[in-house]
Design a protein around this ligand. Structure first.
Ligand code: GLN
Length: 469
């Protein structure tokens, strides 16, 4: 079993081939089918690539990710491979092109091992909204792995791949990382191309990695990042190296008081964060309590804006262009209605309807415009805090993973996102780092939010914290 890319590289040094390493991972996947993490293993293309990389290693021409085995969330396109966004409406659909991130990883000789289960169209916090069954948490199968990138999180926790890609619109990388004891990074909005990512809410979505080391998250993000002619929202800013280095000075860390005072937070998570704050202070770092007056407005603002974007993005799934088409529809209108009725799940329908409502004539100003204004206030306040501090520290999620089928009320589920949506509303990079284990046996994470495009500094601080904890 390999926990990190360093472990894979050590095995290669010892004389194992990439094909041997791939076979170990394939066996692990077979052994952990019960997790329902993989929707499909790309065995043929992975084996072909492994053979090619072994050849390149012999010739000394291999890329920087030679031997890294990567799983991709089922909303990221890989040419000539199926992709379904966890939805029946895309059943059987095969992508005609690869996402930019996939191209870049393959260019550096990573192996794409398969596609990972997730909430339908990345909408959810538990991975129970997939049309292909719930994902189980690798730490304890009675629990959810978080969502929406639950398959990615569980796969990395169970060592079914070295790194997995997820997408994060409101916390879908960080919250499942917290639930499974893995590391999850959402880069700055505009750092990584979204070309080939099936859109949920385009002004929020970012692709990022799950890993078992800060180094692996940094390396994969660095390779995926940077200007892309297929996505005009990607910044042309220089990428540089994201590899973590030892701190050169003590950190200035802001922590948001309201996140610890809120009713919903688990006392053990709160206690662990308070303890960490005290230890860091004792170690000479500056820890500054700050106020964030918009905490209670965060989730409503996020859901108004993302459902609006989703209702527009999901209009293309009409039973004509892609995937599923209703068998008993008569004519065009009926095809649209029946295909969408049969193809989408309950949560996706709820969001399309909510989004259509907030955009409708008469309600647009009250909801959508208002939401945009609150988003700006949240952005401004976040930037203001970060102009005086290196990072913001807060919990990743208010609770640990919960048991399957335990949370039935959608509003209760939405409240899972209370601490993660800030970084999506403001576009800042944010990471979840495993920092504790609850008395219920489940892990939980701590979140750091960094300044825009300061992934390198965020990696330095993360690496320090992982050793410190
Ligand atoms: N849980 C959030 C939601 O349901 C986040 C989803 C995501 O980041 N893709 O919208």
């Amino acid at each position: 079993m390999y926990n990190t890319f360093a472990d894979v590289q050590a095995a290669l040094e010892k004389g194992l081939s990439v094909q041997d390493i791939l076979n170990t991972y394939l066996k692990n996947i077979e052994d952990r089918k019960d997790l329902n993490a993989f929707l499909e293993v790309f065995e043929t293309s992975a084996k072909e690539k492994a053979e090619e990389v072994d050849e390149k290693l012999k010739n000394g021409t291999a890329g920087r990710l030679a031997g890294m085995i990567i799983g991709i969330k089922d909303n990221i396109c890989y040419k000539n491979h199926r992709v379904s966004a966890g939805s029946k409406i895309l059943e059987g659909f095969e992508s005609l092109y690869s996402a930019t991130v996939v191209e870049r990883l393959l260019e550096e000789d990573a192996i794409i091992i398969g596609r990972l289960n997730c909430d339908e169209f990345a909408m959810g916090s538990s991975s129970e909204n997939s049309a292909y069954g719930s994902v189980r948490n690798a730490v304890n199968e009675d629990y959810v792995p978080g969502g929406s990138s639950g398959g990615s999180a569980s796969a990395v926790a169970a060592q079914l791949c070295t790194v997995a890609l997820g997408s994060d619109t409101g916390g879908s990388i960080r919250q499942p990382a917290s639930f499974t004891g893995t590391i999850g990074l959402k880069p700055t909005y505009g750092r990584v191309s979204r070309y080939g990512l099936i859109a949920y809410a385009s002004s929020f979505d970012q692709i990022g990695p799950f890993s078992n080391s800060v180094e692996d998250a940094a390396l994969v993000t660095e390779i995926m990042a940077g200007k892309d002619e297929f996505d005009s929202t990607v910044s042309s800013k220089e990428v540089g190296s994201f590899a973590p280095e030892p701190l050169k000075r003590k950190l200035k860390i802001a922590y948001i008081k309201e996140t610890l005072d809120t009713d919903g937070i688990d006392p053990e998570i709160k206690g662990r964060i308070e303890q960490l704050v005290n230890c860091l202070r004792a170690d000479g770092h500056e820890l500054i309590p700050v106020s964030f007056q918009y905490l209670e407005h965060m989730v409503p603002t996020y859901y108004v804006l993302t459902t609006a974007e989703a209702s527009s993005n999901l209009a293309r799934f009409d039973g004509v262009h892609y995937g599923y088409r209703s068998q008993d529809a008569q004519g065009v209108e009926d095809t649209y209605v029946k295909s969408r009725t049969e193809g989408f799940g309950v949560e996706v329908k709820r969001r399309i309807m909510t989004g259509t409502f907030v955009l409708s004539h008469g309600y647009y100003d009250a909801y959508y415009s208002k939401g945009q204004k609150v988003r700006r206030l949240i952005q401004d306040r976040t930037n203001e805090i970060l102009s005086k501090n290196d990072v913001i520290l807060l919990p990743t999620a208010p609770t640990t993973a919960f048991q399957l089928n335990a949370v039935k009320d959608p509003i209760q589920m939405y409240l899972q996102d209370i601490f993660t949506v800030q970084a999506n509303l403001s576009g800042n990079p944010a990471i979840s780092l495993p920092i504790g284990q609850h008395s219920n046996g489940m892990p939980f994470g701590l979140q750091l939010i960094g300044s825009h495009f300061k992934e390198k500094e965020l990696m330095d601080a993360s690496s320090f914290l992982m050793d410190f904890c």
